[in-house]
Design a protein around this ligand. Structure first.
Ligand code: NAD
Ligand code: 13P
Length: 403
């Protein structure tokens, strides 16, 4: 009998944290998963500072490959410093080698890189692989918008679900408790009957809808019989930890849009606070932001939206609150406003390679709304883009609320 082999594609702050918790679980579930977890690392040269416990005087200030450092010291010194990683994580600089023979692919990198990743791995993965996207963002081409998990599924011809929630990587890496939401609709061809046999054989046509409600049919290859099933129960075992409570749902639209669009609102909250206003002003912006997110989901995903996800799940209001009070998009746009410089400049100078997803998401969503002539229906989203482009002032935010 086969076991699921797991690869995490991405090794930033969140990518490394998810690799850690998944690797703890593959160790604990040897009947379902291979113990070793592959983690694809965008290779770079890193200098270990002399104050670090991993500083080696014989190497000195000579740059070393990040993958070698991770595999030698079991720590991602650049993106998750100070956190010991399970030794069953293998950092791999070769994308094709990292995904080879993996039946579970966890996509976890800034959304702007996903197109290139899909191009590279297409045709090099197991045809029955299944994906989980932990990426917060959307894909916009011309006037079309796609959920990242849907985009991955269509590009690779696989099924891909989404994980999103009120999750600050460094807190979870330190095993401070929080919760998350995973949206996954087990494809009919993967369902097993009571005896564990596949309920349907062979290829199936799975239906997806794009943002315009158009039905897209993707040919899926069924998970072979000699693999353990992959349904909510198994995914729960893969991601859930005593410090990471997982709620399994079916609403990929709510989970994906909540995670992507709150980053625009978090940037607005950073501007508001950097301007000198406080929690009451931020609360008004959060409330307004959530209304625009729900309106967006209603307008562009009318067939599939389940509004309760925004109210009841960590991926909804939970993520909105944490993102506007303690996450990077909020923190660094606040810093930008306080210093009177652009957020892009702060990203370049202060984040040591980490990325703020709200900047590109704001531009992508605004261009999508403009292309459809509906940008005025989303005044907060429009205003954030204007502030990022230095065309609008933070003082204009209250005008959105005047009756
Ligand atoms: P990060 O911002 O910490 O790091 C950036 C990553 O991008 C690094 O791993 C870097 O090596 C990689 N990279 C740079 N250039 C690249 C290229 N050309 N191709 C591929 N990779 C490249 O990343 P992160 O925090 O792990 O974010 C991944 C996703 O997780 C994002 O969508 C983010 O919104 C989401 N997320 C992050 C957190 C968090 O707390 N950090 C929490 C929840 C969700
Ligand atoms: P940042 O990328 O702004 O840190 O957001 C992390 C997050 O998604 C919190 O849930």
């Amino acid at each position: 009998r086969q076991k699921h082999k797991v690869t995490v594609i991405g090794s930033g702050n969140w990518g490394t944290t998810v690799a850690k918790l998944v690797a703890e679980n593959t160790r604990g579930c040897p009947d379902l998963f291979e113990e070793e977890v592959q983690m694809w690392v965008y290779e770079e040269d890193v200098v270990i500072p002399s104050g670090s416990p991993h500083y080696d005087a014989s190497v000195g200030d000579k740059p070393q490959k990040l993958t070698s450092i991770i595999n030698k010291y079991h720590e991602n010194v650049k993106y998750l410093p100070g956190i010991p990683l399970p030794t069953n994580i293998v950092a791999n600089p070769s994308l094709l080698d990292a995904v080879k023979d993996s039946s579970i692919l966890i996509f976890n990198l800034p959304h702007e890189f996903i197109g290139n990743i899909c191009k590279q791995i297409k045709g090099h993965i197991l045809p029955f692989a299944r994906g989980i996207s932990c990426i917060k963002g959307v894909t916009v081409t011309d006037d079309k918008i796609e959920l990242i998990c849907e985009y991955i599924g269509e590009e690779l011809g696989i099924y891909c679900g989404a994980l999103s929630g009120a999750n600050i990587a460094s807190e979870i890496a330190n095993e401070m408790w929080c919760e998350t939401t995973i949206a996954y609709n087990t494809p009919p061809c993967d369902r097993r009957d009571v005896n564990g046999a596949a309920a349907e054989n062979g290829h199936v046509m799975a239906e997806h809808r794009d943002s315009r409600g158009k039905v897209i049919k993707t040919q899926l290859t069924a998970l072979p019989h000699d693999y353990p099933p992959l349904d909510h129960g198994e995914l729960h075992k893969l991601f859930s930890r005593p410090y990471f409570t997982v709620s399994m749902v079916s609403d990929v639209v709510g989970v994906s849009l909540g995670g992507a669009l709150k980053n625009i609102v978090a940037i607005a909250c950073g501007f508001v606070e950097g301007h000198g206003w406080n929690m009451t002003a931020k609360t008004a912006v959060m409330r307004r932001g959530m209304l625009e997110i729900i309106q967006f989901a209603r307008e562009f995903f009318p067939e599939t939206i389940q509004e309760k996800t925004f109210w009841e799940e960590s991926a909804g209001w939970g993520d909105m609150i944490v993102s506007c009070t303690s996450a990077r998009n909020w923190r660094y746009s606040k810093m930008a406003a306080e210093r009177g410089v652009s957020v892009q400049e702060i990203e370049r100078t202060e984040l040591n390679g980490q990325k703020l997803q709200g900047i590109s998401t704001s531009r992508e969503v605004s261009s999508f709304l403009r292309a459809r002539g509906v940008e005025d229906k989303y005044p907060l989203f429009k205003l954030v883009e204007g502030i990022l482009d230095c065309k609008v002032n933070v003082e204009d935010i209250p005008s959105l609320f005047r009756k």
